[in-house]
Design a protein around this ligand. Structure first.
Ligand code: GDP
Ligand code: IMO
Ligand code: MG
Length: 433
């Protein structure tokens, strides 16, 4: 496998964790490059289920190297908990887990600020964040006042932290939010530093060396394209670059070292949190999809909003990320649906949109233009090759490939590794429209 960036092409939770797990066998390194523990990536191996938030989804494969890139934001206490949880389940990180000393650190005041902003009573201003402090941490990074993972190991850390706590407490006081106890914080973060010290390093030379030796790197995107800070449904977005370009700025690996981009899409759509969702189903069908797809947040447990496949969004994601092929997931969730709808365009005030408008107030008023296709009403979960699928399921997949202009290279019909069809291993096998 070449150096590959894998991104979510919708609003997150597309099944990136599962696809990363499948692809890890063919790679040497798995590298996260943005986001923090707002992510929840589920990997099912045999009867074991893992939900990863900060640690790359390749960690359960012995011998594979895993990196937290500079573009991520890390809550050290949460990372220690996650690491120790994996170690308790027999996963050994020693010598194959690396944390960039340039990755920014989430501090308790970021979480308090996140919560405080989310508790605003004004209708329409809530983002529905995961309250993990992601936005305020990236805010401090851009404001050039953040602390980084390397600072945890600096003898000056107590002074650096004290300064941040004093300023932050003034902001929190002005907002009527609780204060941070600087001494308690220092004790907690110093304990985390002891555990994480062996892993914190300058990962840039490591990744440079890997590319020089032609080792293979798999970049694991978190969230999804429509949550990107620039291209998402702003302001209802996360605070990082979730799109393929983020893999370069979030790791220091240059663009010409990226060989391939895989976009992960569900065969329908979901969104957690607030913000426009043109194909959302607020009816019994939405409830049916939520139940069949077990659509509850892997991080917060919130019910995910469900809707039909939005080809406008998928095409938009193709343009931004340069997607070579889709990894399409959760086809099985539509097995019982009589008629499936595909959104091919939007309409607003008599105007037709074939790309996602930047203005969220326009997007909120957009109505979907649907094409209907018949459902297959038969199980897909046992299919091991495309021809095993019911004919109407094959037609649906081909239609999505055609409408989006992107072939399908991986097709997933269940949460486990075995429920995965590959069309990307031999030339000429991709599923096209
Ligand atoms: P991620 O954030 O993109 O990694 O996705 P999540 O793990 O948050 O959510 C995807 C959910 O769908 C997880 O519970 C997966 O186990 C599950 N999943 C992944 N692929 C499939 C599939 O093809 N079919 C079904 N039924 N579930 C799947
Ligand atoms: P994975 O990697 C789905 C959403 C939140 C909220 C918005 C901003 O599992 O796909 P934040 O806490 O990031 O400031 O919240 O982004 N969000 C996600 N939705 N999957 C995720 O990650 C998400 N990470 C953040 O619900 O709407
Ligand atoms: Mg998730």
């Amino acid at each position: 496998m070449a150096n590959t960036v894998l991104i979510g092409a919708q609003w997150g939770d597309e099944g990136k964790g599962k696809i990363i797990d499948v692809l890890t066998e063919e790679t040497d390194w798995v590298v996260r490059y943005q986001g923090g523990n707002n992510a929840g990536h589920t990997v099912e191996i045999g009867s074991e289920k893992y939900v990863l938030h900060l640690i790359p989804s390749g960690m359960m494969h012995d011998g594979k190297k895993n990196v937290i890139g500079n573009g991520m934001v890390i809550d050290p206490v949460a990372l220690v908990k996650e690491l120790q949880g994996l170690e308790a389940r027999g996963c050994n990180a020693a010598g194959r887990f690396f944390i960039s000393d340039r990755a920014h650190m989430v501090l308790p005041f970021h979480k308090l600020l996140d919560e405080c902003r989310e508790s605003k009573p004004t209708e329409g201003e809530k983002i529905g964040t995961t309250k993990r402090g992601i936005g305020p941490t990236y805010g401090d990074k851009a404001a050039r006042v953040g602390l980084r993972m390397g600072d945890l190991l600096d003898p000056l850390f107590p002074q650096l932290l004290k300064k941040r706590v004093e300023e932050s407490n003034r902001v929190l006081a002005a907002l009527g939010a609780p204060q941070v106890d600087g001494e308690k914080l220092l004790v907690e973060y110093s304990a985390a530093a002891k555990v994480l010290a062996p892993y914190i390093t300058d990962v840039l030379p490591l990744l440079y060396g890997a590319t020089q030796r032609k080792e293979k790197i798999l970049f694991e995107g978190a969230q999804g394209t429509l949550l990107d800070i620039d291209f998402g449904t702003y302001p209802f977005v996360t605070s990082s670059s979730t799109t393929a370009g983020g893999a370069c700025t979030g790791t220091g690996v240059p663009p010409h070292r990226i060989d391939r981009v895989i976009g992960v899409v569900k065969a329908y759509a979901t969104r957690v949190g607030e913000g426009p969702f043109t194909t959302e189903l607020k009816d019994e069908m939405g409830e049916r999809i939520r139940k069949a797809g077990n659509e509850y947040g892997a991080t917060t447990g919130r019910p995910r909003r469900c809707g039909w496949f939005d080809a406008v969004v998928a095409h938009y994601a193709k343009m931004i990320n340069g997607i070579d092929y889709w990894a399409m997931t959760k086809l099985d969730v539509l097995d019982d649906v009589e008629t499936i709808r595909i959104c091919v365009a939007y309409e607003c005030d008599g105007k037709r949109y074939e790309s996602v408008p930047a203005n969220v107030r326009i997007l909120e008023r957009c109505k979907p233009v649907y094409e209907d296709v018949p459902g297959w009403r038969a199980p897909t979960k046992n299919a091991t090759k495309f021809a095993d699928l019911p004919t109407l399921a094959q037609s649906y997949v081909r239609k999505l490939a055609k409408i989006t202009g992107v072939p399908v290279g991986i097709l997933s019909v269940g949460p486990k590794r075995a429920s995965t069809m590959r069309f990307d291993q031999k030339p000429g096998e991709l599923i096209t429209g």
